[in-house]
Write a protein that binds this ligand. Sequence first.
Ligand code: FAD
Length: 474
Amino acid sequence: MDLSPHSYIGPFRRLAGFGQTEFGDSRVCSPTSDDEVATILQTAAAQGRQVMLRGAGRSYGDASIAGETVAIRQDRMNRVLAWDPATGTLDVEGGITLEEIWRYVLPDGFWPPVVSGTMKTSVAGGLAMNIHGKNNWSQGTLGEHVDWMDIMLAGGEVRRLIPADPLFFQIISGFGLLGIILRARLRMKRIRSGSLQVVQRSVRNWQEQFDTFEEFQDRYEYIVSWVDGFHDGRGTFQAANHHPDDEPHTLHASAQELSPYLIGFYPKSRAWRTLRHFTNPTGMRLLSAAKYRAGRLTGSEKAAQMPLVAFHFPLDFVQDWERAYLPGGLLQFQVGLGRENAREVIPGLLARSQAAQLWPYLIVMKRHRPDPTLMSYLVDGYSIAMDFHRTDLNAAQLDQLFKEMTADVLAAGGKFYMAKDARLTADEAKQSLGEGPYHQFLATKRELDPTGLLVSALGARIGLCDIPSMLSSP
Ligand SMILES: Cc1cc2nc3c(=O)[nH]c(=O)nc-3n(C[C@H](O)[C@H](O)[C@H](O)COP(=O)(O)OP(=O)(O)OC[C@H]3O[C@@H](n4cnc5c(N)ncnc54)[C@H](O)[C@@H]3O)c2cc1C
């Protein structure tokens, strides 16, 4: 990398959230070392520019975009620094993805302790949002499997943080606004096979949904339900455990490869074009019904064997599937509700969207436990994630629906997942996060980043940082 200051601040590039509803133009830099990261921070500050941190760009909304900023990506700081198969500890740079990690550790009989629904997520981006997986109820969040982290503050100082450090669980879930996660030591999970034993059950209504989670939650590590947005709580529930037997042949990456074809012959690279014909209420009603019926036919209380990758990352099977939501894009509403309210509020959210004839095309429900971060978003209860197709015609109506659903969630003391959010206001965020944590975060921000160098559009929207150019826009 050319070390002259002007080389860092190149031409503007348009960056999008994964949902492709939010955009920002940034000058993107991909440093390869701590020194280069520090020089970018210094150069940006000297030129009066603000800095935004970008992982793999998998957050749906505006968490990793911000117009007029210098964006630091760590896609070239993605190395494995140390690996100890005796203890399962893995030292990595922040830009490494979950996919690169599982490929590295699987042959030695390990798997990441927590993975998101896509394997493209980077470790730094995953820690900044403190991602959870289908095993959140039993294993917690990614941040709970970290021994230490090296972070760089806005002024260039590098610190190593351990979980006992008060800053540790502020940087984790810190939305990339407090410091740059450079490296981390993660504890991998020991496994004996590259397969899971999966049981599947078709559930007919909300009562069965919640009852089924409770029935399975203490016997299975992974629990998730795929809810049909066109009915009243019906869906396909899955529970899975790691296969207990030694099956060394399944620990090879080749046993996990996703086929480049769908149904044996149709190239996945073209599937999103076909899917586009279904991203309308009629098409999605048909697909949801077909998925439910297939679940009834193939579902079995007898465990079926499934490769880890196929179970964890089903959406990665359809390359570029999010493009099927263009033009317009994809808005997701993901919230967490305590156990005491979830049985009432979650069905109410879906009923509200159905009454407005705004159908969620994909709904995922999970069971959670509270997380230990300052900006905590998980509670002892359930989350629901609802995907909506935003179009020019329904944009205003969808915004109205999101406002109403947000009010329902706030009234029930619910939480919002900022990795998916694009609509929450500062007041709503403060109410949900709690006045205490919200003000503590602002105090830490002032202490660690007094000039307000690190920003994002999400941070500005929910009042955690200032972007003067955004504040002055109408
Ligand atoms: C198909 C799909 C399925 C998903 N399923 C799940 C799921 O099951 N569970 C879940 O929890 N999430 C899920 N997500 C969301 C995703 O895992 C999170 O948004 C995650 O944060 C994305 O990581 P990223 O590397 O793409 O980071 P980005 O989205 O680019 O950035 C995320 C945040 O990290 C910050 N950041 C980036 N780099 C750094 C750094 N070096 N230091 C500090 N902060 C940094 C950014 O500023 C931003 O605030 C899913 C996303 C998709 C697209």
